[in-house]
Ligand binder design. Structure first.
Ligand code: SF4
Length: 161
């Protein structure tokens, strides 16, 4: 049975920077009942506490962080880059160990966003780009969806069977 990596905040775990979570999502609950779901919060796994200060990537590109060309900074200017990269590497290890080819990651997050992230100005402006974990998993060949793309994820899962 193919497993799916899922952002823990989408499973109702209160791991967001502000201590919040999202959901519930019926499809995720069904996949959990089937034993397919591997939950991970890259930022917590990378060593950050909850709650934690909001962080963004100036320019919004997780690939640039992985290349050492951009940082992840909190609103106060603290450098969270190492923890974000560590969390992404933990996610990569999980998908390799468990043969995971599909991930459902929280939209717009500087770790998990798969299409857009905030631009680093902490003013709510989003740019086209990926979070650090989403970028690393996509590079590994994992199909990364967000919580608004669960139907597409289900189709992709069906094609794996
Ligand atoms: S978006 Fe990703 S990093 Fe942020 S709380 Fe959810 S799982 Fe953790």
């Amino acid at each position: 049975m193919h497993k799916i990596l899922v952002s823990r905040c989408l499973l109702g775990h209160p791991v967001r920077y502000d201590g919040g979570s999202s959901g519930p999502f019926d499809r995720l609950a069904a996949w959990q009942a089937e034993g397919r779901v591997v939950g991970l919060c890259p930022e917590v796994a990378g060593g950050l506490p909850t709650p934690r200060p909001p962080a963004e990537i100036p320019g919004g590109q997780g690939t640039a962080v992985l290349a050492g060309e951009a940082q992840v900074l909190t609103v106060q200017g603290e450098d969270f880059t190492a923890a974000f990269v560590r969390g992404a590497e933990i996610a990569l290890r999980q998908v390799r160990e468990q043969g995971i080819r599909i991930a459902i990651l929280k939209a717009n997050s500087p770790s998990c966003g798969n299409r857009e992230t905030y631009d680093g100005s902490f003013s709510g402006v989003r740019v086209s780009g990926e979070g650090v974990t989403a970028a690393l998993l996509r590079r590994e060949g994992v199909q990364v969806f967000n919580e608004h793309e669960l139907e597409a994820a289900e189709l992709a899962l069906a094609q794996l069977l």
